[in-house]
Write a protein that binds this ligand. Sequence first.
Ligand code: AMP
Length: 541
Amino acid sequence: MLGLMQSQPLLISNLITFAERHHGDAQIVSRRVEGDMHRYTYRDAAQRSRQVARALDGLGLAFGDRVATLAWNGYRHFELYFGVSGSGRVLHTINPRLHPDQIAWIANHAQDEVLCFDLTFLPIVQAICGKANIGHYIALCEADQLPQDSGIPGLRSYEEWVGGCDDRYDWPTFDENTASSMCYTSGTTGNPKAALYSHRSTLLHAYGAALPDAMGLSARDAVLPVVPMFHVNAWGIPYSAALTGAKLVFPGPGLDGKSVYELLEAEQVTYAAGVPTVWQMLLTHMKPTGLRFSSLKRTVIGGSACPPAMISAFRDDYGVEVLHAWGMTEMSPLGTVCTLKNKHLGLGEAEQMKIRLKQGRAVFGVDMKIVGDDGIELPWDGKTFGNLLVRGPWVLGQYFKGEGGDPLQGGWFPTGDVATIDADGYMQITDRSKDVIKSGGEWISSIDIENLAVAHPAVAMAACIGMPHPKWDERPIVLVVKRPGAEVTREELLAFYEGKIAKWQIPDDVVFVESIALGATGKILKTRLREQLKGYRLPGL
Ligand code: AMP
């Protein structure tokens, strides 16, 4: 017997329609590429999203056609999120930090029909337009800002393209399993592969992410997604914000500490989200001048491990709660968020901190387990580590065009991360499986080594990698960027590890460097570091 409730597909257009009807006057504020601030409301955004849908009809785009973006976080990008997907086309957000050749490859692989881009990225578009088979180029600007003689065929301005369209439009109803958006993984080896999200997966993720023990967004929040809309849909925040009616604050290209701080204060942001490197820049900006937050209460940090020193700095120095979160492109991205349970509330600060450092508990909708190399499930004791596998309605089933064959193992998606899970279900990432250091049959977590290094006051950034060793197989070394004006020697840093980890886990060497290469999504590029260290020999070898 079937239930007798209404059957309505879960569609992305429902989100913007809801936001318009129930939070019509809630604000969306954007720092524009032009340098000024732009303000409008969900009502305006909904209206312009419908105009986008009409403009796509005007180009003759079919259902399922791909519309790409190369854009910062801003209101026009937000309109495309809803106008493109809502009208049944697929939004393809491209990461502008990739090499132009890779971008051209991705655009052709995705068969993008349209590319909408911020003027910042004009040189990239000029570099790819001869190589990519894209039919329509749209610059996200006013008609009078359109670059002349750009060499880009048929270039039009977004405002001219969308502005003249009728804003009356009935969002189509279709199967909720229809593709809505896509995102290519950073892929350190081989060609990038795309996760193809559906309306259903996106809406369920938006519900899950908004839960109090997940991102916990509400209509009382003013949220600043520093995490880019070109990387896993800014962790789904544009959707969760529309679902809750939270005020949205978009940083545009201004991701440096000063710009982020000014925006947090000017817009009285209560809630922010980003990768550790962005927050490091913010804290570095604030510390010397003694700046304080007047409104910020919580910040979600994920994308790579959040160093304990950062969680403490936000908490102890600024009274801001850090929500450590973990996820990946293939998971839309949210998997776990670290929040305490009722039984932890009576624990002392130090005991609570041990929990907060972990990547957290699964959000309902994500199931996870750890397995050994033999595929057998390992215990949840907080000590045993194994390959982390996940499943759920917003977890990838296969890559776009079936690239890479069947990625699942018995219905579970292998994340490529190595983790422990404790008896309370708190997961802690030890490493990417390819970064974990295998020394004398034991494993050393490169994340632990890096976290300890950045806890030293003279260290700005650290990266730990394993170097081949004839006896031990691999031994860890740590590359360190010093804080400006700060001093620390190799011996002092190695001594700093003593008593904090087992002796055999202490790195064999410290290599001081000017900078550490970051990949397109802000993660340390260990492949590049290994190349740089070709010819390096461990001390004593
Ligand atoms: P991406 O698909 O580019 O978002 O990368 C996902 C990967 O980033 C995960 O598989 C993890 O290896 C890493 N990652 C994400 N969040 C965290 C975190 N909080 N701690 C450690 N690693 C993380």
